[in-house]
Design a protein around this ligand. Sequence first.
Ligand code: NAD
Length: 334
Amino acid sequence: MIKVGINGYGTIGKRVAYAASMQDDIHVSGIVKNTPDYMAYLASRSFNIYVPDDDKIKEFEDHGIKVKGTLNDLMESSDIIVDATPEGMGMENIKIYKKKGVKAIFQGGEKSNIGDASFNAYSNYNESFKREYTRVVSCNTTALARTLYPILNDYGIENLNVTLIRRATDPNDNKKGPINAIEPSMSFPSHHADDLKTVLNLNNVYTVALKAPTTLMHVHSIEVLLKDDAKIDDIMESWLKYNRILLIEGKDNFKSTAQIMDMARELRRDRGDLYEIAIWRDSVKVIDKRLYYVQAVHQESDVIPENIDAIRSLSGIDKNESIEKTDKSLMISG
Ligand code: NAD
């Protein structure tokens, strides 16, 4: 059994904890919660609760939440810590993990040089194999790597242009925005271009990102200049080999992200999540070696199977074995 502790129990941390608890070769030793709120009560029904340091213990106990120990104690009972603390905290936390000699997985909000590698299960599982520290790339980068990896493998990519329409914030947030505007990133290319290169062997990548007032999903409009020509059916065939890519169509009433997430809730998986990247078949076109498509990304959950595979990669477990186990346990069936 691989013993895993989760540091940070927010949007990503709580989902990784649940997904890890579904694996027959992973044991969740506990989770670190920073505030004694409703989520801490709910978490305590399923997991041992730890706090960042001694000062927090009384605060939790005053709220009637039983605390098993501190992050320090959790590290003692874990082989790997999945760090899902807010963006930027990982740089400080890695010092603590290193001191304790515990392996760790970071999230996409951290700088790409935080660990030994960046991680995407399909495109570079083996770069993190048996390493100490890795970083699962962001929800957007994960989505791009997933659907571009089969294309790169089968036809080669000369040039890539992506427009990312990003959800303003997650559904449980009441602070971030915009709520009445569309906000372009002020750098070109946006940071996603360099991030994608950390997991996919690409040169010419150009990305533009715009934040839009929605919480459900991101949407990407993608244009790829292929090295080798391909027909639409060839492209579909390449994608169909991968469970974590889902092809949807307008004729089935998938007219927007609203229907995609409605379908996801009907699948009755954990939290109504959609781990797969959904590509609209209607949008797929190839014109003079240029492939065009549009995809939707459930930002809260597409990185969850990746975190589970990253745990197995650091532990020295075979790539295909891991992906198969993860998919089966999370009902990702292609
Ligand atoms: P979040 O704010 O939902 O969760 C972070 C949690 O960490 C919160 O519960 C917070 O209370 C807790 N925390 C704060 N200080 C802490 C401390 N000292 N010790 C332990 N816990 C502490 O954030 P999130 O959206 O889950 O993001 C976490 C990471 O995942 C970031 O790097 C982010 O960029 C990345 N990520 C987020 C998404 C997304 O859509 N939300 C998708 C992919 C990757």
